[in-house]
Design a protein around this ligand. Structure first.
Ligand code: SOE
Length: 399
């Protein structure tokens, strides 16, 4: 049961009313109901561009109010946390303004649209941390999947041994229809990159976070299979319906990316991300092989982790499937009895839990902006390598 009181309220301005805005909104409403938190999040205001939609999302999630003006919201004086769920081209401006106002910031991934913006955000975050104690975090939500957190724990405990291979695939299919409409995720100006930054970034973050290792260079290829798409009529889910008799707009981002990676330890990585893999709605997979064992995960079975222990008797060797629903497992004790499982939305709830605790001084807000800028540098190296026809491209070191 929560021990918080309204005096301990943590007042949140949520900016963005799309899929991610709603995923975050439910998390702010739910976290303190299941987890014992030092402060109780209150959804003070939802901010969006379209008044009707913004009001509807505010009502849907029981926010106190709504606004179409994020600058006015930052100046109100009654906000503690700014949660940025907008397209990438607005992240740097909103985050910097919020940090300068002394507010805590949660920013959706990827942190920014390019490395320069990401590095400016790191400078703003460091300055705000020193000046006002502001905490900042980037929303790589899959870190909060209990099974992936368990995978990391296994690596840290040495169960996998020395890591040799990282194999990550993030496969979606919502763009496989050439007439799936044009949305902001297909616009380089707004999204920075396409599949690479949208979902490839999750694989990069997961790989580095689970292994504790850093990607130091890549050889990449990228492809845009569908070069024009019909103008959006109505947004539904990630895509939607084309407008009646719609003209077509030019897609300015990648549909798919594949790259090999070299890690600092000498481990090898093979990564693939696509939004045109027919049959795969949201398969976020990672397998890691070390000299003592291996782990394998697929988000389509998000409550399970496959684990191989090379020390098992030869006659009994094989991957075992761990149901990651026991009270011993990360995050799970707060929820349901063993075996009852969690879903996509819980990742965002766990993210809020970790952020609220970090704001109260209990643990670090991870990944912080500096770590997320590291992912941005890998994204940039992948793009440079693909541009240079797969040439091996080192990841730039942090400044
Ligand atoms: C779209 O591909 C998307 O919504 C991503 O932007 C999210 O980060 C991922 O969790 C699900 O797919």
């Amino acid at each position: 049961m929560s021990t918080t009181t309204p005096r301990n309220a943590l007042r949140v301005a949520l900016i963005g009313t799309g899929f991610m805005g709603r995923a975050h909104a439910q998390a702010w409403r739910t976290a303190h109901r299941f987890f014992d938190l030092p402060r109780e999040p209150q959804l003070a205001v939802v901010v969006g561009r379209d008044p009707e939609r913004t009001a509807a999302v505010a009502t849907e999630f029981g926010a106190e109010g709504w606004s179409t003006d994020w600058r006015a919201v930052l100046a109100r004086g009654d906000i503690d946390v700014v949660d940025i769920c907008t397209p990438g081209d607005t992240h740097a401006e909103i985050a910097t303004a919020a940090l300068e106002a002394g507010l805590h910031v949660l920013c959706e991934k990827p942190l920014a649209n390019d490395v320069a913006e990401a590095e400016a955000m790191v400078v703003a975050a460091d300055a705000a941390a020193a000046a006002s104690g502001a905490v900042s975090m980037c929303g790589f939500s899959y870190r909060r999947t209990p099974a992936l957190a368990l995978a990391r724990r296994f690596v840290q405990e040495g169960r996998i041994g020395e890591i040799r291979h990282v194999r990550a695939q993030y496969l979606q299919d919502w763009l496989s229809d050439p007439d799936a409409p044009y949305t902001w995720r297909l616009d380089r100006e707004r999204a920075g990159s396409g599949t690479l930054g949208d979902i490839g970034a999750h694989s990069i973050d997961a790989a580095q976070w689970i292994t504790g290792d850093a990607i130091i260079g890549v050889s990449a290829t990228m492809q845009t299979f569908v070069e024009t798409r019909p103008v959006l009529g109505e947004q539904v889910g990630l895509g939607g319906r084309a407008a009646e008799g719609a003209a077509r707009e030019r897609v300015t981002v990648d549909d798919a990316v594949a790259f090999t990676a070299r890690f600092a330890s000498g481990a090898m990585g093979v990564f693939e991300a696509t939004r045109l893999a027919t049959g795969h709605r949201n398969s976020n997979r990672i397998e890691i092989n070390g000299d003592r064992g291996a782990i394998a995960f697929d988000f389509t079975r998000m409550n399970e982790l496959d684990y191989y222990d090379a020390a098992d008797d030869a006659g009994a060797q094989g991957f075992r499937r761990i149901q990651v629903t026991e009270a011993e497992h990360p995050y799970t004790a707060a929820w349901w009895p063993a075996g009852h499982g969690l879903g996509y939305e819980h990742l965002f709830t766990h993210q809020v839990v970790d952020l609220v605790r970090a704001i109260a001084g209990d643990g670090a807000a991870e990944p912080g902006f500096a770590e997320a800028a590291g992912v941005q540098r890998v994204l940039a190296a992948v793009e440079r390598s693909a541009h240079d026809d797969c040439r091996f491209t080192p990841v730039e070191p942090a400044p």
